[in-house]
Design a protein around this ligand. Structure first.
Ligand code: ADP
Length: 480
């Protein structure tokens, strides 16, 4: 089909060919509910074909070496950049995130994900040598085989390339199973990989549902690595499958991250950062959805925050002025509303929001703040993955840390604090993969990203990505 100025193939991309399944599923736009495409619905047979193709392509891709691979990856990044406007529009149609942010932030970052790891392969792929009693230890980071990549719908191509970039640079070939709610950008990406001259079978895309294509892929004995971004229940299912083949996994999962505001914090900054937690309609794993505010400044903070949120413009994500778009899917909107209604029934107060936006209809959910929720209740501990924040107050920094650490998650934390030494004391015992102090969402591609506790296994980014996708080998040479 033709969408957003691109030809989107609705079939799988396997071994450089396009292969259809007998059955299809609909890709529906969250903007207006229109059916964008009928996508091939893959299962075990398609997955097996893709893994075989990726295995067949592996030796030549490995032997191309880091420079050869890096050069092709740069060509692929060039093609992403050449199609940036179309890709931004396509992704917005498919997942409803703001076009503005796809244009300015997300798609440039897609290209960067590929370029960064291409340069890593060219300039600094690890190789260490040291001596033991005259023997050379020769440690190399070798390609490991086929990487199975499973990605979610909230930032489809960004999260796919955050895995594809390092996997390909490290010399692995890949089979990607994108989320069934957002299949389109991955399909176009497979064409771009082809056009860039990346050999057939190096990048394969199998479309379909998690329980079918996804489950078949992670259980396949022919894969060497599983990298997954998604929910905790799915991660557990994948870990069980992976156990049968002892396939190494990298998991980036959910969060219920705290945003701590101390009594000496710059409150304007705190409000700015709190408002940012509604970005992507709250469908961001690392967003700071628990506002932990010092009791001495809580009223002033809450008032300023409410005023700022009231002025947020909700609507069509393609319009430049829009600040909050729709949720991804009806099923997801109802899930979000369920959390809010259960909190209300449990005695919490809804400070603002608290339901779908009736003026807009469709999948628009009003930015919501829950206050006075019972300690330990669901709304304070479970990931909502929508524009729903909950506020709690604290009296001492020790109490803030205890509250902050009081969930099963540990993905991120935000600290807004007027004093560097105090911030250092606060962050010291926070359990989280990433902590931002007086800022948010600054992500260097070389820095480790991932979660503690139930928020994940392993880290992605820079050297951590390479350590995961590569097979580390030590060859010891006797003295000559
Ligand atoms: P979300 O809450 O973001 O939808 P999921 O974990 O359900 O999170 O989905 C993330 C990805 O995992 C999607 O691509 C989905 O198809 C896939 N998936 C879901 N269930 C399974 C499974 N049992 N095995 C493998 N992949 C799965």
């Amino acid at each position: 089909v033709q969408l957003a100025g691109l030809t989107v193939d609705t079939r799988h991309a396997i071994g450089g060919e396009r292969i259809a399944s007998a059955e299809t599923f609909d890709s529906v736009s969250p903007i207006d509910g229109s059916v964008l495409a009928h996508i091939s619905r893959g299962g075990a047979a398609e997955v097996d074909a893709a893994v075989q193709a990726a295995r067949a392509a592996f030796p030549a891709w490995r032997d191309l070496g880091p420079d050869g691979r890096g050069e092709l990856l740069h060509r692929l990044a060039d093609l992403v950049e050449a199609n940036l406007e179309q890709l931004a529009n396509l992704e917005t149609l498919d997942n409803g995130s703001l076009l503005r942010s796809h244009r300015r932030g997300v798609m440039p970052r897609v290209a960067m994900n590929i370029r960064f790891f291409a340069d890593w392969a060219i300039n600094r792929l690890h190789h260490e040598v040291w001596q033991t009693r005259g023997h050379d230890n020769n440690v190399s980071w070798d390609p490991s085989g086929v990487a199975a990549l499973i990605t979610p719908w909230n930032a489809p191509l960004m999260l796919a390339t955050w895995k594809i970039g390092p996997a390909l640079a490290a010399g692995d070939t890949v089979v990607l199973k994108p989320a069934e709610w957002t299949p389109l950008s991955a399909s176009v990406f497979a064409d771009l990989a082809n056009e860039a001259g990346i050999p057939p079978g190096v990048v394969n895309v199998v479309q379909g549902f998690g329980a079918e294509a996804g489950a078949a892929l992670v259980a396949h004995p022919g894969i060497a690595r599983i990298s997954f971004t998604g929910s905790v229940p799915t991660a557990k299912a994948i870990a069980r499958s992976a156990a049968d083949n002892l396939t190494p996994v990298s998991f980036e999962l959910g969060g219920k991250s705290p945003l701590i505001v101390t009594d000496d914090a710059d409150l304007d900054l705190a409000v700015d950062l709190a408002v940012e937690q509604y970005d992507n309609a709250g469908q961001v794993c690392l967003s700071g959805t628990r506002l932990l505010v010092h009791e001495g400044v809580a009223d002033r903070f809450a008032e300023a925050f409410a005023a700022r949120v009231a002025a947020l413009r909700q609507g069509d994500p393609r319009e430049d002025e829009t600040q909050i778009g729709p949720q991804i899917h009806r099923v997801h909107l109802e899930r979000i509303d369920g959390f809010v209604q259960r909190a209300r029934e449990g005695g919490a107060r809804i400070a603002f929001g608290g339901g779908p936006n009736d003026e807009l209809g469709g999948l628009y959910y009003r930015p919501t703040l829950v206050v006075d929720a019972a300690p330990g209740s669901e709304i304070l501990t479970a990931e909502v993955f929508g524009p729903v924040l909950a506020m709690q107050t604290f009296a001492t920094d020790e109490e803030a840390v205890e509250l902050a650490n009081g969930t099963e998650f540990g993905l991120a934390a935000v600290v807004v604090c007027g004093d560097r030494a105090r911030a250092e004391r606060l962050t010291k015992n926070l359990v989280a993969g990433t902590i931002w102090v007086n800022c948010f969402f600054v992500r260097d591609l070389a820095a480790p990203f991932g979660g503690s506790k139930k928020s994940g296994i392993g880290r992605e980014g820079g050297t951590w990505s390479f350590d995961f996708y590569a097979d580390v080998k030590n060859t010891v040479y006797a003295p000559t």
